[in-house]
Design a protein around this ligand. Structure first.
Ligand code: AMP
Ligand code: MG
Length: 481
């Protein structure tokens, strides 16, 4: 029996053949289950897993293929750091699509399962450390209430993976509502025919936004809808201090989910220029640049969809532009509204926006912790310290709260919902990964437990709530390892 009782569907394979290549995973020496996400499995199936760990490991390593499945590697292109290039699943294989009990469709993908026709010079493999890291951060983002891919399992391969040094190999099972990317549309536009582009657009609309099928201009509706989804996603990242780290167009999904957890990290001390990724030397994907980058990525999507906006090229440009032009104002409104909630107000106003800006300026110049400062506004034990650090700001906020007739209790209730008390901090993530690599999974399990309830203070590991001084100065994250 396979991990899932119901056979996979394969609707993606009904697209024109340029969009994928049939590809079996490469079998591995010694599959061993390291993590299995029982909560996620229950959401996907409505029951508990009924097969042994050995069987799970042989399926979710790609050693055994479920009967009737037709695994594929997907084709896509993308702008990487602004440069257009052909990509595709170089180390991922889509096993199939699973329908949940609520009829939601999920891609079930193996990551690190061997080379494909799109591997270029890559080895198709992934390290245990990077797959465990993706598991932790994707679960954290999901439990923070932010749309995300999820991690169903990590299976060790028992084989070495060669990077700058030798690592243990692993395969991650990733679930996501689809892997259709801005880069998939760029691929269709640049390497396919107009019919290929039409087919992909119709498929995407049908799968994610069927309501658009009734619209007079579905392609324009798609751009507008995706832009809104991405705008909301980035506002959520900004809310929790998340830096994706590699917002290339192949890592921007049409369904508006966070995915490709490579060099991502949570910010500790507030600074909009925060960058951790080793390859992001110019800070293109820095914390504070994320809104303008997603706007840029939406230009890339519009450019790919352009022929579908209008037969007349000039008119097509105008139509696309008028949608893209709304981004700045819409983003600003959504961002300011979110930040107002973070300091206890139910919507933004000029005075509240100023108050937010002042706080961010103080936080930046004093290198104050992003998560703990906002959370500190509502936790009794940190309030007195915070009040003494920012007495003038505190007084202004009290005045504004009473001006808007908001009680401290009401403010607290607003803030509790949006200001996390716990994020997986960089030093903690690295610590649990070091220990997990040597075979002890307990600290990792503790961390996975803690990220499940991010809006409740975590009391079991007090040192996990603060970043050690200057830790982040030296902290570097790596892509695609
Ligand atoms: P990412 O940085 O994960 O978004 O990947 C960018 C591109 O590089 C995608 O086409 C990946 O499939 C490919 N890639 C990353 N790592 C590997 C690898 N080890 N082997 C083959 N392709 C890879
Ligand atoms: Mg990618």
């Amino acid at each position: 029996m396979f991990v899932f009782k119901t056979p996979f569907e394969t609707t993606y394979s009904n697209l024109p053949s340029i969009f994928f290549k049939e590809q079996l995973p490469t079998s591995i020496r010694k599959p061993e289950l390291v993590l299995f996400n029982h909560d996620l499995y229950r959401e996907l199936t409505d029951h508990s897993i009924e097969i042994s760990n050995e069987e799970i490991a042989s399926f979710l390593s790609g050693n055994k293929i479920p009967e009737g499945a037709k695994p594929i590697a997907q084709a896509y292109a993308g702008h990487q750091f602004g440069h257009f290039t052909m990509l595709g699943d170089g180390r991922a294989i889509l096993l199939g699509e699973h329908l949940s009990p609520t009829h939601q469709r999920f891609d079930i993908q193996l990551k690190g399962s061997g080379t494909t026709p799109y591997s270029r010079r890559g080895d198709g493999r992934a390290t245990l450390r990077s797959m465990l890291r993706e598991y932790i951060v994707s679960e954290a983002i999901f439990h923070l209430g932010i749309p995300s891919s999820r991690s169903l399992a990590v299976v060790k391969t028992g084989e070495p993976v060669y990077r700058e040094s030798t690592h243990q190999g692993a395969v991650l099972t990733r679930t996501m509502s689809s892997h259709i990317r801005v880069g998939t549309f760029e691929f269709a536009r640049n390497f396919g025919t107009i019919d290929d582009l039409r087919a992909l657009t119709a498929y995407t609309i049908h799968r994610h936004y069927p309501e658009l099928e009734e619209w007079p201009h579905p392609a324009l509706g798609l751009l507008e809808t995706v832009m809104k989804k991405q705008l909301d996603l980035i506002v959520s990242w900004m809310r929790v201090g998340f830096i994706h780290g590699v917002m290339n167009t192949d890592n921007t999904g049409l369904a508006g989910e966070t995915y490709d957890y490579g060099p991502c990290a949570f910010m500790n001390g507030y600074h909009p220029g925060t960058v951790f990724s080793s390859i992001d030397r110019d800070g293109r994907y820095a914390f504070g640049n994320q809104p303008s980058i997603i706007h840029w990525n939406m230009y890339a999507l519009a450019n790919a969809l352009l022929p579908l906006f209008d037969d007349d090229a000039q008119k097509a440009m105008q139509k696309g532009q008028s949608i893209l032009d709304a981004f700045e104002k819409d983003f600003k409104d959504a961002y300011q509204n979110m930040m107002a909630h973070k300091i206890g107000f139910s919507s933004s106003s000029t005075e509240i926006n100023e108050l937010v800006d002042q706080l961010l300026q103080i936080m930046q110049s004093e290198n104050m912790d992003y998560t703990n400062t906002f959370r500190g506004l509502l936790e009794e034990q940190s309030l007195s310290t915070l009040r003494s650090v920012i007495p003038d700001w505190w007084r202004k906020r009290e005045e504004l709260l009473s001006y808007y007739n908001i009680s401290n209790e009401e403010a607290k209730a607003e803030m509790q919902k949006v200001n996390p008390a716990f994020i997986p901090r960089n030093h903690v993530v690295e610590f649990v990964l070091d220990i997990a690599e040597s075979g002890n999974l307990q600290p990792l399990q503790d961390l996975l437990n803690a990220v499940k309830t991010p809006y409740i203070p975590q009391l079991n590991h007090p040192s996990w709530n603060f970043s050690p001084e200057n830790h982040d100065k030296e902290y570097v994250t790596f892509c695609g390892t």
